[in-house]
Design a protein around this ligand. Structure first.
Ligand SMILES: [Zn+2]
Length: 320
């Protein structure tokens, strides 16, 4: 499958202009700049500065893996001078840093300036070169996030996704329930619907959110199946393993956790729940439960951003 770059927005992680992959927003198109202290040295001082960085600024190696420490330049007399990125300016004040450099380099005059440096990686080699020229020399070893995004894109079918979203949206629109939320579990390997449920909460059972109803329904069906089939070789302890879940509204913490426990593969929702949601970067308590990785499992999430589906608003304080 060839990927057309117009189909992926590398800035906001959107497929086909309509499906936003929910992940921490770190652009691969725009540089996130941070101010760094930069000092200029003679090439003969480079081993001293490397030693000094190891002693005093070792902690910066993790955050500077994508940077080159040194930037070559020529002074007015065409002598080679090296600019060295030390650390973010927010880490240490100027006087203190001057003292450290004076002692470490064994010189009296220290040149110190502030330079903006990209803290994120661009999505391709060309942009890497552009940022290197404009800001600071960057190392290029590819960007693993691009790889992840491409893998995700290859497995994403716009037609299949829209087909199921239209179906649940339709049921939600006609629903007379107090909370018109609809969820559908699909096994993507066979493209079969495993369960489709509406919200069933009531005074006796306020936990019957539509996702919980689906999980419950699938468990009951499996129990029945196991009672009928003896000597089953297909027993799988995760009944919803790698399933796709389509739901009309961003789920609450309980449901998002239940999906994690069930080891689903993907969640696709239509409407955001800014107050009670547990998925969106800015939703609720900002948990982003699908990638918070406490259970050694993650699932992908997408939010539908298009206008082709009617949206049913629900009181923002209601847990979905
Ligand atoms: Zn819920």
């Amino acid at each position: 499958m060839t990927i057309k770059s117009a189909d992926i927005d590398y800035d906001k992680y959107i497929f086909y202009n309509e499906f936003q992959r929910i992940q921490p927003s770190q652009s691969m198109v725009r540089p996130d700049l941070e101010m760094y202290w930069v000092t200029s040295i003679e090439p003969s001082q480079s081993s001293l500065i490397i030693k000094l960085i190891k002693q005093k600024f070792q902690y910066t190696t993790g955050q500077t893996k994508h940077l080159k420490r040194f930037k070559k330049k020529l002074d007015v007399e065409k002598h080679v001078i090296l600019d060295v990125a030390i650390c973010p300016t927010s880490d240490i004040d100027e006087d203190k840093l001057r003292e450290i450099l004076k002692e470490g380099l064994n010189v009296q005059n220290i040149s110190l300036l502030k330079t903006e440096i990209p803290t994120n990686k661009p999505f391709d080699r060309e942009l890497n070169m552009e940022w290197s020229k404009r800001y600071w020399p960057l190392v290029w070893k590819g960007n693993p996030m691009v790889q992840e995004l491409h893998e995700s894109f290859k497995l994403f079918s716009r037609d299949t996704t829209m087909k199921y979203l239209e179906e649940i949206s339709d049921i939600s629109e006609k629903s007379t329930k107090d909370v018109p939320v609809v969820t559908m579990f699909v096994d993507p390997r066979t493209d079969t619907v495993k369960s489709i449920q509406e919200d069933e909460r009531c005074d006796e059972d306020p936990m019957k959110h539509s996702i919980m109803c689906c999980i419950d329904d699938i468990a009951k069906k499996e129990l029945k199946r196991r009672q009928l089939v003896k000597d089953d070789k297909e027993i799988n302890s995760y009944l919803c393993l790698n399933y796709d879940v389509y739901t009309t509204h961003e789920p609450c913490t309980m449901c998002a956790m239940a999906l994690l426990h069930s080891r689903i593969g993907r969640l696709i929702y239509i409407e955001e729940s800014p107050v009670t949601g547990a998925i969106g970067e800015k939703s609720g308590c900002r948990y982003m439960i699908h990638i918070s990785c406490t259970l050694n499992w993650k699932y992908e999430c997408f939010r539908y951003m298009g206008n082709a589906l009617p949206k049913r608003r629900i009181d923002p304080l209601v847990q979905i």
